[in-house]
Design a protein around this ligand. Structure first.
Ligand code: FMN
Length: 132
């Protein structure tokens, strides 16, 4: 295609568990444009289209696609992006583009939050390597 696969949508409020896990994510609204790739974890970029007339800011991201099966309270497949090293980025209400550049692994149902946290830290380091 000559460019990364992408979806576009608005950032909405999720269950706010990401912050507790140490990896707060921007959750995309269910009304997306573009095709959502298979469930799993990806390296890519989040482009904040922000306010009109402003050039988009591009952030490196670890992206999760799926129903977060470690928990049993996410009814629909969700696209979420953790912007590397950002804990206070407020993107609510912004329109963003999420670009997928590499697949890291499939989505896994972990036995507990600690195992998920360990895996997420490893994912983030793989994403960092993939994007550098
Ligand atoms: N959720 C899972 O259930 N299994 C996973 O393997 C998994 N891997 C993830 C990897 C990364 C890098 C990220 C950013 C998220 C992953 N998630 C996974 C999703 C988290 O469960 C989710 O981000 C967290 O519950 C926060 O959701 P919330 O924004 O709706 O609060």
């Amino acid at each position: 295609l000559g460019r990364p696969h992408a979806v576009w949508g608005e950032v909405v409020h999720g269950l706010k568990r990401g912050r507790e896990l140490g990896f707060p994510t921007a959750n995309l609204s269910q009304e997306l444009e573009g095709y959502v790739p298979a469930d799993g974890i990806y390296a890519g970029w989040l482009i904040d289209e922000g306010e009109r007339l402003r050039p988009g800011t591009r952030y490196p991201a670890a992206i999760s696609v799926g129903t977060n099966p470690t928990f049993d309270d996410v009814p629909q497949r969700q696209v979420e992006a953790y912007v590397l090293d950002e804990t206070d980025l407020d993107l609510y209400g912004h329109r963003v583009e999420v670009q997928f550049t590499a697949r890291i692994r499939g989505m896994v149902a972990f036995d507990g939050i600690d195992a998920l946290k360990v895996q997420m830290a490893d994912d983030v380091s793989r994403v960092r390597t993939s994007l550098s």
